[in-house]
Ligand binder design. Structure first.
Ligand SMILES: [Zn+2]
Length: 397
């Protein structure tokens, strides 16, 4: 008797290469505090061997490097495939396997960065021989940045570099984990620190002192009121889970003892904006509204007051579906997945580089920034399939 036929779907021909690339990428400890140069050099060697035109964009230290690898003609508007190479720390004790060495089990690939977002980088590396072999009529720009997780610090240089090309790319696909769905919006963020300076003394003489913690409380009240206005007055975009801007305080410290009037208080706060907001103008207005409190403190004692400083900011990514770059590829785009509140480099490409952007990438944001981060192997296969279709499309005249 013959064996019954078993239906085993053949795996994607590049799957094994993608796994091996991911294994190598996870092996580089690229937590944002560390240099990413060794990983970038590893990727650059691979792309260069295949004939890509390589541009390295280092930061001042030379230890953090962005990579731009171009396949295809430079005199046509191309498509960007973008990812960041840094990862968040992996100090949790609940990792079941070492975070910087890939482990395959249960149809998943585990390791720090597996989904956010070395899985995407591994797919791009596995697809690169096909990019090289194809007769691309329009170029592909493979862009890999540093320090996304600490405020999109690397990507602005890439966006400026691309914008300055004689023929800049017209569309960017950011491979952040989206379950391989099409994500068309991402909130922007401005993270701020407020430093409140008062005067200290024995708390029993409190009327003589300028209480930094209590003045900080008054500024916090302004933040809370403004946040409530976003919630009730908008602007709104129903495609976001939280359909409006959010504003909140996130950390605070001040004071030294229960019986000392505090002369120092610092707190951080953040604004997450949608495309319809004017985040810079709204942040400026918020700071302006604290001017009265500041003036009152300065009038009470010299040197007192509130100083605001920016920690970092990145722009929102707007809906690219009306752009020519998107329309040329719209039939390749996967199922629609809405808009997301997490940050990505899409806003940077759009706002600084003028390149309309979407997010499509393997893995789920649910698994990002957590112990035992993983990407489903089926997601890697879906991504390889997507890149294959993209290659075919860009090869058509
Ligand atoms: Zn990410």
């Amino acid at each position: 008797m013959s064996q019954p036929a078993r239906a085993i779907a053949p795996s994607h021909p590049q799957l094994e290469q993608a796994k091996e690339h991911l294994r190598a990428l996870i092996g580089f400890d690229t937590v944002s505090k560390n240099p990413n140069r060794p990983l970038i050099e590893h990727m650059a060697v691979h792309f260069r061997k295949l004939g890509a035109e390589i541009t390295l964009l280092p930061d001042e230290s030379g230890q953090k490097v962005n990579l731009v690898a171009r396949f295809g003609p430079e005199d046509q508007p191309g498509v960007v495939l973008s990812g960041h190479t840094d990862v968040v720390p992996a100090n949790e004790e609940t990792w079941l396997t070492p975070p910087f060495s890939m482990d395959e089990r249960d149809g998943r690939l585990y390791g720090r960065g597996a989904c956010d977002m070395k899985g995407f980088a591994a797919c791009v590396m596995a697809a690169a021989p096909a990019f090289a072999a194809a007769d691309l009529k329009r170029p592909l720009y493979l862009c890999f940045s540093y320090d996304e997780e600490v405020g999109c610090l690397g990507a602005p240089d890439i966006a400026r570099h691309l914008a300055a090309l004689p023929v800049p790319p017209e569309f960017a696909i950011i491979g952040e984990p989206s379950d391989m769905k099409l994500v068309t919006g991402q909130k922007g963020k401005i993270a701020m620190r407020a430093t409140v300076t008062g005067t200290s003394g024995h708390s029993s003489f409190s009327p003589r002192h300028v209480n930094a913690v209590e003045y900080a409380g008054r500024v916090l009240q302004l933040i809370t009121e403004r946040a409530a206005a976003y919630e009730t007055e908008g602007p709104f975009d129903g495609e976001f889970t939280v359909p409006h801007a959010t504003l909140l305080a996130t950390m605070i410290s001040g004071g030294v003892a229960t019986n000392v009037t505090p002369d120092h208080c610092t707190f951080t706060f953040e604004l997450r904006s949608i495309g319809e907001n004017d985040p810079e103008g709204e942040m400026a207005a918020l700071i302006e509204s604290a001017g009265e409190i500041n003036a009152e403190m300065q009038a009470r004692a010299p040197g007192c007051g509130i100083a605001f400083s920016r920690i970092f900011a990145y722009p929102a990514m707007n809906d690219a579906r009306n752009s020519a770059g998107f329309r040329a590829l719209s039939d390749l785009m996967p199922e629609y997945g809405g808009k997301v509140s997490y940050g990505s480099e899409g806003g940077v490409f759009e706002q600084i580089g003028g390149i309309p952007s979407v997010i499509v990438g393997p893995g789920s944001i649910e698994q990002a920034h957590k112990p035992n981060e993983f990407v489903e192997i089926s997601q890697i296969e879906d991504c390889l399939e997507f890149l294959e279709e993209l290659t075919v499309r860009l090869s058509e005249a």
